[in-house]
Design a protein around this ligand. Sequence first.
Ligand code: NDP
Length: 453
Amino acid sequence: MNTYAEECFAEIKAKNPGEPEFHQAVHEVFKSVSPVLEKRPIYRKMKILERLAIPERTIIFRVPWVDDKGDVRVNTGYRVEMNSAIGPYKGGLRFHSSVYLGLLKFLAFEQTFKNSLTTLPMGGGKGGSDFDPHGKSTMEVMKFCQSFMIELSRHIGQFTDVPAGDIGVGGREIGYMFGQYKRLKNEFSGVLTGKGVKWGGSFIRPEATGYGCAYFASEMLATVGQSLAGKTCLISGAGNVAQFMVQKLIQEGAKVVTLSDSSGHIYDEEGINEEKLEFVLELKNGFRGRISEYAKQYPHAVYTPFDPNLGYNKIWDHKADCAFPCATQNEINAVDAANMVKNGVKLVAEGSNMSTVPEGVDIFEDSGILFAPGKASNAGGVATSGLEMTQNSQRIMWTREDVDKHLRIIMKNIHASCLSAAEAYGSPGNYVVGANIHGFTKVADAMCDQGIV
Ligand code: NDP
């Protein structure tokens, strides 16, 4: 790491104690962009790193609501408005019991570079709450969303900050929050993305992260003269990203053998086909059930509960060609990474954000497999959110085919930009370095152009 980056990282670590995910994300970016900092001393003069790591604004608020028994519940709500150098703040809302400020700072920091990679005019932001939607009734979820939006509505707007979904926030939650925003502001605007297609949403937005990740993986495989057809694939998670990742991989002729949730994973040696995927969609989006039900419905599949004391996750210990983590951050540790390499995995493309611990990334890089970091390979979701914003501004709706065509082009361009930036700075084929440098440079230059703000 270059001296400026090292000094700056030490200061950020000291000033933001107890935020390991944030430190991890900052360290990775600072390390990757070190050769750029050497070449362009203006970034040090303009204190770009220091400014990038401090959110432009952080909002923390109380979210009181009443559950079905009439008991009062209280959660904490957040919105981290990280960087608006290239556009309004943009990034999802996460509802999960593990949410705290440091987690959202990591996600908002990553989002800034991811959004830059899409080429669309979007700054970086992230928000959410420690509210856990598991086991809550639909009415409870609605009451929480409405209370959350009462405060959030003061800070967001179609030209200011445009949130979307993330873990625990899908079409249902976006609907309740949009309804409340409209009621509070008396305006129908593109203040959120991931809206229903009948009320301002875009075709392909629900599919976009999974589809985009598959398109990115196809581009990676094309560099070694291969395609997804015939590949055996591991996928973790069973939510929005995982579901549409499965769908696209089936369409591309690949065989998906795993899915998971936080309780465990299923292994289906025959592969998940359209009919089985339909069951998963109904199970997860309709009944909000557990993935273990899959093995009851299809008894040839094996369900293995997650064992937190094992030190690794058995989902990554199956023979396969490709792996797509689509659950959460740091879900692949060093043992998992070594297991994947041992089992023949030749490509890992992250659907979740920062899916792999740094030691795991090193293992992938040392073994020479194709590895794409989430900020590049999962950028299709926010890119299509950007296209939803465009359609909202135009007050027209593009066809499914149009949106999908744009998504494919964007993913192809991100792939090409990563490779050319990596090559230009002496790390050919390294998608981590390429994504960080390309995403960073555009934001840093915009910050220089806009002065000390
Ligand atoms: P969902 O809430 O739809 O699904 C999340 C899935 O991951 C569920 O199966 C959930 O299981 C599992 N999961 C969540 N947290 C954990 C955990 N701590 N340990 C193990 N499993 C866990 O979320 P999404 O599919 O939208 O998001 C998945 C990932 O993709 C996240 O990292 C998100 O940041 C990233 N992402 C999402 C985008 C989007 O457009 N939605 C865009 C870009 C990235 P359970 O139900 O048991 O909690």
